[in-house]
Design a protein around this ligand. Structure first.
Ligand code: FES
Length: 147
């Protein structure tokens, strides 16, 4: 059911841990399954992500997607990191079962939340970055009511 890459990143997750005095920290949860992901970014003066670490209290797919997401943003510029969508993470992992797609969303949102925190601290604007949700289902009920 899971690709070899998913299993590999689940069993040997890359970049697990924390960064002290991180340039940006983002925490996002998923109220439906109760999983939480936190991403720490170390960004240098040129806007390059020098280091990234994560902590995930969640399912295997959430661990694998956060591990892969950290690998994908490491060494990249902030702008390039914005291109690391949940789709890109899933592709890099050779896919996820449909019921686990939301887990990869947690990784994308956590990176965005960490970038948002960095932008706030620096007083800069990152193009295309919107204020992150603290839960990936935030605002869903409202949308449902509108229809
Ligand atoms: Fe919650 Fe995967 S089941 S993130």
């Amino acid at each position: 059911m899971y690709s070899e890459k998913v299993m590999d990143h689940f069993e040997h997750p890359r970049n697990v841990g924390e960064i002290e005095n991180a340039s940006g920290v983002g925490t996002v949860g998923n109220a439906k399954c109760g999983d939480i992901m936190r991403i720490f970014l170390d960004i240098d003066d040129d806007g390059i992500i020098r280091d990234v670490k994560f902590k995930t209290f969640g399912c295997g797919a959430a661990v694998a997607t956060s591990s892969m997401a950290t690998e994908l943003v490491k060494g990249k510029t902030v702008k390039e990191a914005m291109q690391v969508t949940n789709k890109a993470v899933m592709e890099a992992l050779d896919g996820l079962p449909p019921v686990k797609v939301h887990c990869s969303l947690l990784a994308e949102e956590a990176i965005h939340a960490a970038l948002w925190d960095y932008a706030q601290k620096k007083g800069i604007v990152i193009e295309g970055l919107e204020k992150p949700k603290s839960d990936i289902h935030e605002g869903e009920e409202q949308e449902e009511e509108e229809y």
